[in-house]
Ligand binder design. Structure first.
Ligand SMILES: Nc1nnc(SCC(=O)Nc2ccc(S(N)(=O)=O)cc2)s1
Ligand SMILES: [Zn+2]
Length: 258
């Protein structure tokens, strides 16, 4: 019942989700010179080698690759995190043809797209849903996508998109390791924020990588062949511009890894 259109988009979400006007909403505009290096921030450590991707699905808002999160085989830890957080899913946000579509911006500059790897604190909480409602329940790793040459591994995802064109479609997607989508540097900014879509829970420790990955316009264009709408719906709504604009910082501090 929410979307990215004029009638149901980010400026309306507060009606059904009042936390939209809360004190730790995401995304934000990151201003590097106002994000001091914190020497106590160690490196983030990603253990994705035993990860188990299950399927790829169109949930009517984005395209999502889901993982088996029944044990600690794929986790993120270190950096600002006090526990290891389990990988649950990753998904993307993108713009329209020629328009940028990242959620976080850097000094007002947005990237073409943004990848979110969503993790939950299975040490402290019994389920994703419970963690999603706790202030330290989730850790989302944000990676900017810039345009240039083809990304050598993204085709594994874009080649599958025709199978999930319509909302609520899902197909098997095993053996994909998201490590292949990381940039060379794991330097990051971190701050306390929220889910960037309803229910907008203020439960996310954000870790946004400074270095973007490079994908081609052609590869990004394949994301825009997805539809917001279901197979049975008559009007076909192209899935694009599925990003929330930056939200007020409300005095929060953004820290930088060294
Ligand atoms: N009890 C609950 N179960 N599930 C939820 S929310 C489902 C979910 O994963 N939502 C989600 C929304 C936005 C983001 S994002 N764009 O990474 O901030 C990640 C995840 S609350
Ligand atoms: Zn997201």
């Amino acid at each position: 019942q929410w979307g990215y259109g004029k009638e149901d988009g980010p400026s309306i979400w507060h009606k059904n989700f009042p936390v939209a006007e809360g004190d730790r909403q995401s995304p934000i505009d990151i201003i590097p010179k106002e994000a001091p290096r914190d020497p106590n921030l160690g490196p983030i450590v990603l253990n994705y080698d035993q990860c188990t991707s299950l399927n790829i699905t169109n949930n009517g808002h984005s395209v999502v690759v889901e993982f088996d999160d029944t044990d600690d085989r794929s986790v993120i830890q270190g950096g600002p995190l006090g526990n290891p957080y389990r990988l649950k899913q990753f998904h993307f946000h993108w713009g329209g043809k020629g328009c940028h579509g990242s959620e976080h911006t850097v000094e007002g500059m947005s990237y073409a797209s943004e990848l979110h790897l969503v993790h939950w604190n299975a040490v402290k909480y019994k389920s994703f849903g419970q963690a999603a409602e706790a202030p330290d329940g989730l850790a989302v790793l944000g990676i900017f996508l810039d345009t240039g040459d083809d990304h050598r591994w993204l085709h594994m995802i874009t080649d599958a998109l025709y199978m999930v064109k319509f909302k609520a479609s899902v197909t098997d997607f095993k053996g994909f390791n998201p490590k292949c989508l990381l940039p060379s540097s794991l330097h990051y900014w971190t701050y306390l924020g929220s889910l960037t879509t309803p229910p907008l829970h203020e439960s996310v420790i954000w870790i946004v990588l400074k270095e973007p990955i490079i994908v081609s316009e052609k590869q990004l264009g394949k994301f825009r062949t997805l539809l917001f709408s279901g197979e049975e719906e008559d009007q076909r709504m192209r899935m694009e511009n599925n990003f929330r604009p930056p939200q007020p910082l409300k005095g929060r501090e953004v820290r930088s890894s060294n």
